[in-house]
Design a binder for this molecule. Structure first.
Ligand code: SF4
Length: 369
């Protein structure tokens, strides 16, 4: 196996990669990975493949060669987030409390709000991020494994490394994600092992978590979380309604995008923000009395596609990554999170009586590790 002979043990590398190599080399450890949606579009350009080349399949095959035992897609966790966040929004609308609901997927935003505006923390969604939801589900699934479980998340983001270690996200004192490696770190591992990415035959995601939707995929770009939630909230489930949502104003590179939708007999005002300066400007307007019902915030301009863990991309390349995420969404056979039968089956099984514990968190005080 590539991992057992990989020469990287002799090289001083960033801690997370070194520890991942150690885990992979331990026969008593099962190493399970999840890959965030934005990772695949950056890998394609860096490893010189056409975006149409089933990059996710090539990534899965490469990670199997590196020695990962199971490889899953964070989009499955994003589907869980859509269902939980939509339910939370509906509950708050019914009780008319703590609106707007702020998304909580982006750890840099959550940390910013807690530091700069503790008076607004009650507006944050209690949802764990897709990475953390999925990790908790995976850990629950493998809790009876005879092997040690090491969970590795491949993320576009350096802030996710901090998030993984947060005290409030531990369950029973256990960190759910052991190591976060960035897209750049994964690319380096693939190169270190001499894998010819452009040549490798794609492989499917592993079971039992091998199903995700287009709604989960677009989490990788700014406005994607909002559009995925709108798909869930919309009572019209026709393909035409889905297409119409794409033109609701939440797509595109603008730092602040706004739209209105009808839901529960009222008109909801919604904003999708990327970049913390834009978020601060919107918070000022909210504190001056402007009303919103739902606000998505991603700290990186353009969202995770341009995250700090990705190979560098200027404006046009970032926009290209977003286009590729929307193209992947168009190609997915399931586009709404509530139609992901795998996720629905979790609610009747693994999550029964445990959804609150595994999928949510408390936002008390500042972030601490
Ligand atoms: Fe990380 Fe940036 Fe995505 Fe936030 S927007 S989760 S900081 S990559």
């Amino acid at each position: 196996q590539c991992a057992a002979v990989c020469p990287t043990g002799a090289i001083v590398v960033k801690n997370d990669r070194e520890r991942v190599w150690e885990a992979i080399g331990d026969p008593d450890t099962k190493v399970i990975a999840q890959i965030a949606p934005a990772v695949r579009v950056a890998v394609a350009e860096e490893l010189r493949c056409a975006p149409t080349d089933n990059i996710l399949g090539k990534l899965v095959a490469s990670m199997h060669r590196l020695g990962f035992d199971e490889v899953f897609d964070t989009c499955t966790g994003a589907d869980l987030t859509v269902l939980e966040e939509s339910a939370e929004l509906i509950a708050r609308l019914e009780e008319n409390r703590d609106l707007p609901l702020f998304t909580s997927c982006c750890p840099a935003w959550v940390s910013y709000l807690k530091q700069k505006h503790p008076e607004l923390v009650s507006h944050l969604s209690s949802c764990r991020s897709p990475m953390e939801m999925f990790a908790a589900v995976i850990r629950e699934q493998y809790k009876s494994s005879r092997k040690n479980i090491v969970h590795v998340a491949v993320m576009p983001c350096t802030a996710k490394k901090e998030e993984a270690a947060l005290e409030r996200l531990k369950i029973g004192g256990i960190q759910q994600v052991d190591y976060v490696i960035t897209t750049q770190e994964l690319i380096r591992m693939i190169r270190e092992c001499g894998i010819l990415f452009s040549e490798i035959e794609p492989e499917g995601l592993d079971m039992p978590f091998g199903a995700a939707t287009g709604a989960g995929t677009i989490f990788g770009t700014a406005g994607g979380v909002t559009e995925a939630v709108l798909r869930r909230l919309s009572s019209d489930k026709s393909p035409a309604a889905l297409r119409e949502l794409a033109f609701r104003g939440v797509r595109g590179a603008a730092g602040l995008k706004e739209t209105e939708v009808s839901c529960m007999g009222r008109t909801l005002r919604i904003a999708a923000v990327s970049g913390l300066k834009n978020a601060e400007d919107l918070l000022t307007r909210i504190q001056e009395g402007e009303h919103y019902d739902f606000v998505e915030v991603m700290a990186c301009p353009g969202g995770c596609a341009g995250g700090a863990g990705q190979p560098f991309a200027a404006g046009d390349s970032r926009r290209q990554r977003s286009k590729e995420l929307y193209a992947a969404d168009r190609m997915s056979s399931i586009k709404r999170s509530e139609e992901n039968s795998l996720v629905l089956s979790l609610y009747g099984g693994l999550l029964k009586g445990k959804a609150r514990k595994l999928l949510h968190t408390e936002h008390n005080g500042e972030e601490s590790k």
